[in-house]
Design a protein. Structure first.
Length: 187
């Protein structure tokens, strides 16, 4: 069984507070993601800061260091905790992921692959290999922007055409970052 690292340690400053427990269709946002992870046959591993506000979880929870506030902080902590060759990474605010997509990402043989939608790399949805852990840690020390990390480390960019069998790429890659986006998503 593969592992999916679900990032839940962000500041959520554009949202105005914690997002993981915000309701979408009557359920916490993170539950939609955890359902997709399990539907893909993956074990969920939620990574968050100690002070992150989370709803009750029925999966493994790992705490990342308090600083920096950077997605790689959670990814690196997740790779260490999972102790597997690679993980599928997704964010807790991506409610339209599908199990099929996550299973497909897990089965890729690329050491580092990230989704793309709308002409932009979506680095919070991808496959991250522990073989690149030293390089991820070096990028974290620089606090490099995630898109720059993907370019610098030669990530395979998964084109929209590769994502389309699993649904609309824009919807699959949607991060809920504002109350308006939550409302538009049906929350």
């Amino acid at each position: 069984m593969g592992t999916s690292v679900v990032l839940a340690g962000g500041r959520a400053s554009r949202f105005g507070g914690a997002k993981a427990g915000v309701l979408l269709a009557g359920r916490p946002l993170i539950e939609h993601v955890l359902d997709a992870v399990r539907a893909g046959g993956l074990e969920p591993l939620v990574v968050a800061k100690r002070d992150s506000v989370l709803p009750p979880l029925d999966c493994r929870l790992v705490f990342e260091p308090p600083a920096p506030h950077h997605p790689l902080c959670g990814i690196v902590a997740g790779l260490h905790a999972a102790a597997v060759p690679a993980v599928v990474v997704c964010a807790c605010d991506m409610p339209f992921l599908t199990g099929g997509l996550l299973a497909w990402l897990s089965a890729l043989d690329a050491p580092f692959a990230v989704a793309a939608a709308g002409g932009r790399i979506q680095p919070l949805l991808g496959r991250y290999s522990s073989s690149l852990l030293d390089q991820f840690e070096a990028q974290l020390a620089r606090e490099a922007p995630m898109r720059e990390v993907a370019r610098a480390l030669g990530a395979r960019v998964l084109a929209e055409a590769e994502l389309e069998p699993f649904g609309d790429p824009a919807r699959l890659c949607l991060n809920i970052n504002t109350p308006e986006e939550l409302a538009a998503a049906g929350g």
